[in-house]
Design a protein around this ligand. Structure first.
Ligand code: ZN
Length: 424
C-alpha cells in the first residue's frame, strides 16, 4: 500500500547493473527456466494489467491465478479470505515448509496509463505493480514446479487479495490459512524505482510503526489550556534531521541523504503529526499520530510523555493515556533476513543487493500481518529502466514497470525458496 510517493528517481544508480551468477547447476537451471518462461509471463502480466480489479473484487484475477496453478499440478485452495488463493508445491525431498506471498489487487486511478496494454477498466489501474507481483509469484511456481527433484520441503504460494485496503492478510488468516499448514518462514516483495536487476532489503523495520496516542483530560474548568500544553508536549517529541528535506519526498532518493545512503536522514526518526484536541463525553481528548523508525523510539516517546504529564501542574486532570497501533508494520526478522541475503549473494553476486539504510515514513504493506504469525522477509525489487524512461514509482501517474524485472524476480526468488527450504 503506497499511499504516498515512494523513492524518487534514483538516477544516480547505474541502470542495468550486470549480474554475475555463480555457475552452479541449480542457479543455471533456474535462470534458464525463468528466461524460457519470460514471454508467457509478460503476456500474463499484460492481461492482468488490462483487466485490473479493486480490493475485494479480484474475481477474474483470482480465477486466472487458480487456473494457472492448477495446470502446474499444485494443490490449489481458492477463495480464502475473499478471492485469495493458496497453492502448495511439495518437493521430492524432505525439508522446511516456507511461503511466498504476492498481492493481487489494483487501485482506483483515473490518470492516463501510458503503455500499449493500458487498463480497459475505467478508473481502475495496476498503479502499485501488484500485477508484476502476481506474475512473479506465478513464475516462481512454474519454475519450481519443474524442479521438484531439487526441492526439499514444501513451498506454499499465497496470492493475497485486498492489500490496498490493508484487509486481505487479516481475512486470509481469519479464514484459517495457517490452520492446516503453517510455514516456518514467509517471503514477499514490492516493486520500487531501483534499477531492474537489483533488490534491496534491511533487517527489522521496513516501514515505520504508526501509533495513535490519546490523552483524556477531565476534572478542571480550564481544560483547554491543559490540552494545548499536551499538544506542545507531543510535538516536542519530533526527531527529524533536516525537517525541510525529510518532508520533501524527492530527498528519499538523494544519494547523500536518502534511504540507500549510510547517512540516511530516514534511518532514525520520530514524527508527530495531526496533533489535535477533540471534545468527548469524558472531557477533552488530545490525539496525535506518531511514526517512529524503531520500537525503542516509540517506547521513549511514551516514557517521556508520562514523565512530562506527571510533572504538569494539571496532572490530576490526566485521566487516561492510550496508545493504539491500528496496523502492523513490515518488520523483517533479522536472522532470516541475513540468511536470505546470503543465499541471494551466493547465487547472483553482491551487486544484486543494494543496502537499504532508511525507510519511507509514509508507506506500509499488510505483508506485516503475516509476519506477525511467521518470521518473514519483505524485499524491494527494482523495476525501473531510467534510460527508457520507465520509472516504477508506485501510486504516481507516470508509474511504469520494466517487465524485465519479472525474469529477475523469478530467478532470484525461485533460488531463494529452493535453497532456503533445504536449510536446517
Ligand atoms: Zn503495493
Amino acid at each position: 500500500m503506497f499511499k504516498k510517493l515512494f523513492f524518487t528517481i534514483l538516477f544516480f544508480i547505474a541502470a542495468n547493473i550486470s549480474i554475475y551468477p555463480q555457475t552452479n547447476s541449480i542457479t543455471k537451471e533456474i535462470l534458464d527456466a525463468a528466461l524460457a518462461n519470460f514471454d508467457s509471463l509478460v503476456s500474463i502480466r499484460r492481461d492482468l494489467h488490462q483487466y485490473p480489479e479493486l480490493a475485494g473484487n479480484e474475481i477474474n484475477t483470482s480465477k486466472k491465478i487458480r487456473d494457472y496453478l492448477t495446470k502446474l499440478g499444485l494443490e490449489v485452495k481458492p477463495e480464502i479470505g475473499g478471492h485469495g488463493i493458496v497453492a502448495i508445491l511439495k518437493g521430492n525431498k524432505p525439508g522446511q515448509t516456507i511461503a511466498w506471498r504476492a498481492d493481487i489487487d489494483a487501485f482506483k486511478d483515473d490518470s492516463p496509463d501510458n503503455v500499449s496494454f493500458a487498463s480497459k477498466i475505467s478508473g481502475v489501474r495496476h498503479i502499485c505493480g501488484h500485477d508484476i507481483h502476481t506474475t512473479i509469484g506465478l513464475g516462481i511456481a512454474k519454475v519450481l514446479s519443474s524442479l521438484k527433484d531439487e526441492i526439499s520441503g514444501t513451498i506454499v504460494f499465497i496470492f493475497q487479495p485486498a492489500e490496498e485496503t490493508f484487509s486481505g492478510a487479516y481475512k486470509m488468516i481469519d479464514d484459517g490459512i495457517f490452520n492446516e499448514i503453517k510455514p516456518e518462514a514467509i517471503f514477499g516483495l514490492h516493486v520500487t524505482p531501483l534499477p531492474t536487476g537489483t533488490i534491496s532489503v534491511k533487517e527489522n523495520e521496513m516501514y515505520p510503526a504508526s501509533k495513535e496516542i490519546s490523552i483524556t483530560l477531565n476534572g478542571k474548568n480550564n481544560l483547554d489550556s491543559a490540552a494545548d500544553e499536551c499538544i506542545t508536549i507531543l510535538q516536542s517529541f519530533n526527531i527529524v534531521k533536516d525537517e525541510k528535506k525529510f518532508f520533501d519526498i524527492s530527498t528519499l532518493g538523494d544519494p547523500q541523504l536518502g534511504v540507500i545512503s549510510p547517512n540516511s536522514i530516514y534511518a532514525n526518526y520520530v514524527v508527530v503529526t495531526n496533533a489535535r484536541k477533540e471534545e468527548s463525553e469524558n472531557g477533552i481528548v488530545v490525539k496525535a499520530r506518531v511514526l517512529a523508525s524503531t520500537e525503542e523510539n516509540h517506547t521513549t516517546v511514551i516514557n517521556q510523555l508520562e514523565e512530562k504529564l506527571n510533572s504538569a501542574q494539571w496532572k490530576d486532570c490526566v485521566k487516561a493515556i492510550s496508545v493504539v497501533q491500528k496496523h502492523e508494520n513490515v518488520f523483517n526478522d533479522p536472522k532470516l533476513t541475513a540468511a536470505a541475503v546470503n543465499i541471494i549473494k551466493n547465487g547472483f553476486g553482491e551487486r544484486v543487493l543494494i543496502p537499504l539504510y532508511g525507510m519511507n515514513p509514509f508507506n506500509n504493506d499488510d505483508f506485516a500481518v503475516f509476519q506477525k504469525q511467521i518470521p518473514g522477509v519483505y524485499f524491494f525489487i527494482g523495476a525501473s529502466d531510467f534510460a527508457k524512461g520507465m520509472i516504477a514509482m508506485p501510486h504516481t501517474p507516470n508509474f511504469v514497470a520494466d517487465e524485465n524485472c519479472i525474469e529477475k524476480g523469478v530467478s532470484y526468488f525461485s533460488f531463494l525458496l529452493q535453497q532456503y527450504s533445504s536449510t536446517k
